[in-house]
Design a protein around this ligand. Structure first.
Ligand code: SF4
Length: 437
């Protein structure tokens, strides 16, 4: 019988009870590292352990002064909430976009969209949709960050710059010193399929060989398709596929067959080219076929700006992963019709309600629609909002929960007390209450 690992003690900086919070979960990318240490002083928050540049930029950002605005003029929170509710009441088809929030915020968005007959979609849903199309059609065999960390002996990074999107992925999941099952931990082989991918973090005692199959990123799927064919023993007449020597693809096929726990990793936001879902499909088909005789799995990263959380909450609340309209009084799903970028480009909807609580870069897109914006102070906006309400960042200004990119863990976020700004959930619930008055 093993002794259960004790739950880490999560401290809060809200009341200045302790100047340092440990085991802090970072909300600034989808892998949600939960080992950060953050201190608070009169100068603000400081990441004192385990933060990457992205985390430091997020936690240590000094918020500009911000107040609710109604028609560009300062207003109280109650006035701004009432003004937002009035705009929603008048709208025939409000669009709820951005959706960079936490579980609680997303639940509140869903409730408000439901009562107001609106449409929901996340600002970065193009990425997750490269996955959803595959998941909905054929399914997949997936693993978790923890399994990769402890078991994988062959890690194939396909067509995406994982290090740029998730700066500590290699440190925590690939190059980790300890393993739950092997002592000393086994070395693993890292394969990069694609040219120009940042390999600088694939170093250390856990890393054996690093292999590169250089090809244009939008042709990584072709290389995996050739690998799939060779794994089946199919002859391929070409000497190269997408610039990769067939001998290198055959070598990767041999490595796959020898692996005890192989994993193909991709980050859907990084597959930024037309029909990228076909690359995900090819990866998943190859993984599924390998499982006929051995253990192999996929791992999808991404999930920045709460994108995985928004998709998961939408799925469990209404059965569909975003791009849902409640205009008919019940959830109606259409991945093309309710893609918000398309709706805005085609002039559909008559009000945009935008929620962005993590970074200033997830600004409101240019639109001629009136806008209600719930945003972190400093949020970039293409035009002045009809109503602007500053909100806090989950895990920095207030507590919350986020779903990790592998969708198996919902992590609690610490209230670090950077500001007293309200949560998106608090504001959205207030708007919903004001709708019913
Ligand atoms: S890798 Fe992502 S989750 Fe981890 S500390 Fe950096 S931004 Fe935060």
């Amino acid at each position: 019988m093993t002794t259960p690992t004790p739950e880490p003690v999560r401290s809060t900086l809200k009341d200045n009870a302790s100047p340092v919070a440990q085991h802090v979960a970072c909300p600034f990318c989808g892998i949600l590292c939960d080992d950060l240490e953050v201190s608070k002083s009169a100068k603000g928050l400081k990441v004192t352990r385990n933060g990457c540049d992205k985390a430091i930029a997020g936690f240590e950002r000094h918020l500009p002064a911000a107040t609710p605005l109604n028609g560009g003029k300062p207003a109280s929170l109650a006035e701004a909430v009432t003004a937002a509710a009035n705009l929603i009441k008048q709208a025939r088809l409000p669009l709820y976009g951005g959706l960079a929030t936490d579980v609680e915020g997303m639940r509140s968005v869903m409730a408000l969209a439901d009562v107001s007959g609106g449409v929901i979609d996340h600002a970065l849903s193009e990425g997750p949709y490269r996955n959803f199309k595959v998941l909905q059609s054929t399914g997949w065999v997936m693993t978790t960050l923890t399994e990769v960390r402890n078991r994988a002996d062959l890690i194939i990074i396909v067509g995406t710059d994982v290090h740029a999107l998730h700066p500590r992925f290699f440190e925590r999941m690939v190059c980790n010193q300890d393993s739950m099952f092997d002592s000393p931990p086994l070395k693993r082989t890292i394969v990069f399929v694609g040219s120009g991918l940042d390999q600088s973090a694939a170093v250390g005692a856990r890393v054996g060989e690093v292999v590169t199959l250089p090809c244009p990123l939008d042709q990584a799927g072709e290389v995996i398709a050739a690998l799939r064919a060779r794994l089946k023993g199919a002859p391929l007449g070409a000497a190269t596929i997408a610039g990769v020597l067939m001998a290198a693809i055959d070598d990767l096929a041999r490595r796959c067959r020898k692996a005890t726990y192989g994993v193909m990793v991709w980050a859907p936001p990084g597959l930024n080219f037309p029909n990228a879902d076909l690359t995900v499909q090819t990866i998943c088909d190859t993984v599924r076929e390998l499982n006929a005789t051995q253990r192999f799995a996929g791992l999808s990263l991404g999930g920045n700006e709460g994108a995985v959380t928004a998709g998961a909450v939408s799925s469990w609340q209404c059965g569909y992963p975003l791009r849902v309209s409640f205009a008919s009084g019940q959830p109606h799903y259409d991945a093309n019709r309710y893609a918000m970028s398309r709706m805005l480009a085609d002039g559909e909807g008559d009000l945009l309600v935008w929620t962005a609580s993590y970074t200033t870069g997830l600004g409101v897109p240019r639109t001629s629609l009136p806008t209600v914006v719930l945003g972190t102070p400093g949020l970039e906006m293409a035009q002045a909002a009809s109503v602007f309400i500053p909100i806090g960042t989950p895990g920095v200004d207030h507590a919350g929960r986020l779903i990790r990119c592998d969708t198996v863990v919902t992590l609690p976020l610490t209230d670090l007390g950077r500001s007293v700004l309200p949560s998106a959930s608090h504001v959205l619930d207030a708007i919903q209450s004001a709708l019913q008055i």
